[in-house]
Design a protein around this ligand. Structure first.
Ligand code: IPM
Ligand code: MN
Length: 333
């Protein structure tokens, strides 16, 4: 096989991860893009086998690639947080993937008109940094603290990215979602940063919603949104809801981006490893295929990216591989 020009690290991961990733690769090949692929056996299964989660040498190998295509990681056989923090979050932090971009197009239940918005989730700070600790564990006097880190630089680069994205879109509108009425320190930093960066983007309209209100609007009035910018944890929660109102989590894609391109970006579906349906053919590969489309776009293959996205527009039913076959057929036309 001839080697492509883009070096892509593929981490199928656990559960349905490898199944949906195989379909994404099938569709990329059908689009005529040839990739130079290195597969990495990482995830819960690998950890249980030989203890490796993500060593420094593996991380160094990942850095040699232009992009990382990831399926899903996590298995019920490993306590919560071990693989998530040791693999997924480690990649996000170490590779400085400071933007998690999650687009939502679909028609929410009870609506007739489709919506089209994007959540820009800060991806390297907030409560995800793991600041905090525990005292007197297991006693009635146990104390657990979990901090949220928000840096001026981290918030600024995220908000600026969101403004740039909004400026490139037709509606040119950006909503900050936070909880400024309770998280007053972090909220104030986010709001002041938004106000400051807004001066560089006079063409972009802005709004603010509290995160609880945003949950109502996602369901009742998703059309109000164009681009949303929010912190790591609010973005995590909101994007599951975004998936639920946009055709389901099975079609929700995501891109963990290092826009400064100091290393590879990572592309993964929003959904997890879904161990309950592994091997049943029930996993929808569309989220993985749309994540792959974003990867192609980021690698400069915008023609192929557009073809992948259009091929996912009309609904497809069938098993995981039947859906992949059908989308591959549409892409090849
Ligand atoms: C996501 C996931 C991860 C997150 C988990 C698996 C650590 O839910 O990508 O949204 O919380 O970011
Ligand atoms: Mn999540």
């Amino acid at each position: 096989m001839s080697k492509g020009t883009h070096r892509v690290a593929v981490v199928g991961g656990d559960g349905i991860g490898p199944e949906v990733t195989a379909e994404a690769l099938k569709v990329i090949a059908a689009a005529g893009v040839s990739l130079d692929i290195t597969s990495f056996d990482l995830g819960g299964a690998r950890y249980l086998r030989d203890g490796e989660i993500l060593s420094d040498s593996t991380l160094a190998e990942l850095r040699m690639h232009d992009a990382i295509l990831l399926g899903a990681v996590g298995t019920p056989d490993v306590p919560p947080g071990v693989i998530e923090r040791g693999l997924l979050l480690k990649m996000r932090f170490e590779l400085d993937l400071y933007i998690n971009q999650r687009p939502f197009k679909g028609t929410a239940p009870g609506h007739t008109a489709p919506h089209d918005f994007v959540v820009v989730r800060e991806n390297t700070e907030g409560p995800y940094v793991g600041e905090g600790g525990v005292l007197r564990k297991g006693t009635p006097h146990e104390v657990a603290t979990q901090g949220s880190v928000n840096t001026a630089r981290g918030v600024e680069r995220c908000v600026r990215y969101a403004f740039e994205l909004a400026a490139s879109r037709q509606r040119k509108h950006l909503t900050l979602v936070h909880k400024t009425n309770v998280l007053t320190f972090a909220g104030d930093l986010w709001q002041r940063t938004l106000n400051q960066v807004a001066e560089d983007f006079p063409q972009v309209g802005t709004a603010y919603n509290h995160v609880d209100a945003a949950c109502i609007y996602f369901v009742q009035d998703p059309h109000r949104y164009d681009v949303i910018v929010t912190d790591n944890l609010f973005g995590d929660i909101l994007t599951d809801l975004g998936g639920a109102v946009s055709g389901g989590i099975g079609v929700a894609s995501s891109a963990n981006l290092n826009p400064a391109r100091t290393g590879p970006s990572m592309f993964e579906p929003v959904h997890g490893s879904a161990p309950d349906i592994v091997g049943t053919g029930k996993a929808n590969p569309v989220a993985a295929i749309l994540s792959a489309a974003h990867m192609l776009e980021f690698l400069g293959e915008s023609g192929a990216a557009t073809r992948l996205r259009s091929a996912c527009d009309a609904p497809v039913t069938g098993t995981t591989s039947q859906i992949g076959d059908e989308i591959a057929k549409r892409v090849a036309k």
